[in-house]
Design a protein around this ligand. Sequence first.
Ligand SMILES: Cc1cc2nc3c(=O)[nH]c(=O)nc-3n(C[C@H](O)[C@H](O)[C@H](O)COP(=O)(O)OP(=O)(O)OC[C@H]3O[C@@H](n4cnc5c(N)ncnc54)[C@H](O)[C@@H]3O)c2cc1C
Length: 463
Amino acid sequence: MANMTPVKTPMPNQDPEVRAHNFEEVALGYTEEMAQQEAARCLNCKNPRCVQGCPVNVRIPEFIQKVVEGDYEAAYQIITSTNALPAISGRVCPQESQCESKCVRGVKGEPVGIGRLERFVADWHRTHSTEKPAKPESNGHKVAVVGSGPSSLTCASDLAKQGYQVTIFEAFHTAGGVLVYGIPEFRLPKAIVQGEVDNLKALGVEVMTDMVIGKVLSIDELMEDMGFEAVFIGTGAGLPRFMNIPGEGYAGVCSANEYLTRTNLMKAYLSEYDTPQLKSKAVAVVGGGNVAMDACRCAMRLGADKVYIVYRRSMEEMPARNEEIEHAQEEGIDFRLLCNPVEILGDEKGHVCGIKCIQMALGEPDASGRRRPVEVPGSEFVLDVDTVVMALGTSPNPLIRSTTPGLEANKRGCLVVGEDEVSTTREGVFAGGDAVTGAATVILAMGAGKKAAAAIDRYIKSK
Ligand SMILES: Cc1cc2nc3c(=O)[nH]c(=O)nc-3n(C[C@H](O)[C@H](O)[C@H](O)COP(=O)(O)OP(=O)(O)OC[C@H]3O[C@@H](n4cnc5c(N)ncnc54)[C@H](O)[C@@H]3O)c2cc1C
C-alpha cells in the first residue's frame, strides 16, 4: 500500500548551532525505517517521468521498489547500472529541478525524496559490502582522461568496464575535482569521493596526480609519444571572475575557489594541517549561487563572528539550491539582498577593512529572464569586514586549448563540440562537463562523461 502522506520523510540534520562550528556532515541520512517510509510514497508509475528528468536516466521507480522490498543491494545494482557515483549525486544533485520536479506526487504535495533514497542505498552498500569491482580483461586500447572531476570519473569508469586501459591525469595532488576541492566536507565527505576513486583503481584505472596537462605534458605528447588513442578533456571551469571594482587588490580579497580549495582540499580547518587561510572576524561573500553558500558556511565554521552574503538581486532570483540557502540562514549567515559592492576599502597596511555597497532595486527582466537590478542613487553603505570572498562564477582555464593545436573554444572559453555534444574540433579528442558547458552541475558532468565514453568506444572501434 502506497504511503499517501503529502510531505517527504524529513531528513535528520545536525543541529544548526552545533554544526555551524564543525565540518561534519550536516544531513545525517535516512535510517532503514525512514527509507522504507519514503520509498512507499512512490506510486511506481507506468510511464515514470522522473527517469526522463535524470541526466543519466537512473531507473528510479525500479530501484525504489527494491527499497520497498528491503533488497538494498538489488537497488544499488539498478542505480549503478547507469550512475557510477550514487553516493555523490544522492548528496549534491539539484533533484528539485531534475527527477523530483517531474514526480507525480509533487502535483498535490512534495515529490518523493528520490535523492535521499539514492543516498540511503549508496550508503547502505558502502557500509555492507567490502567487495571491490573486478578488473575487466584488457581490450588493449589506451585512453587518457584529463582532470578527475565527475565527468572524468564517469568517463573513466565506463571505459574501464569495457576493458580500456585508462589513465587519469589530474593537476591537483588529489583526484575528485570540485567534489574534493570545492564542495565542503559538511556536504560531501571526502572519504566518499575517495571510495569512488578507489573503485576506479580496482577496475584498473591508473590515476596520476600533480600532472598539469599543457605544462608537464601536452595533449599531442599523450597521443603521439605515449600511445593514447583518444583523450577525454574534463578539466572543468576553475577560472574565477572578479568584479573589477576599486580595492580588489587588498590583502583579504580572494576568489571563492581559492578560499574553498584551501579550506577543503588543503584542510585548513584541521589544526594538524599547516595550511595558510585567512583568519577572519567578519567576512562578506559576494554572490548568490551554491559556491557562495559553501564559502559563507565555511567562513562561519572557520571561526568568523559575522558572515554576510552580498547579492545584487532578491531571494527569488538567487541561483543557489533552496536547501543550501535555508541551511545557511539557519547557521546564522546575514543575507544582504539587493545589495551590490562598489568598492573594497583598505587600511593603512593594505588589508581589507570594509566593503562599500549600494542598495539595488529590481527593474525590467534582462536577457536571462530575471529582473535586472538597478542602483538606488545615494544609498551607499559600508559593511565592516576584514575578508571579501568573490563567488561570481567561473570559466574554463585556457591552458589546454592554448597548448593544443586545432582545439577550438567559444567566446566564453568553453570547448566547442559537435552534434554528439562530446567530439571536439580535434580528431580523437573528446570533452565534457564544465569545460564544455561552463559552470553547471555534477549530474550534467556525469552525463557528459557517459556520452564521451560511448563516443570514444565508437571512435576507437571504427579506426
Ligand atoms: C563550490 C562549488 C559547489 C558546487 N556545488 C554543487 C552542488 O551542490 N551540486 C551540483 O550538482 N553541482 C555543484 N557544483 C558544480 C559541480 O561541482 C561542477 O559542475 C562539476 O564538478 C563539473 O565537473 P567536471 O568533471 O566538468 O569538472 P571539475 O569537477 O571542475 O574537475 C575538473 C578537474 O580537472 C583538473 N584540471 C584542470 N585543468 C587541468 C589540467 N590542465 N591538467 C590536469 N587536470 C586539470 C582540475 O584540477 C579538476 O580536478 C559546485 C561547484 C563548486 C565550485
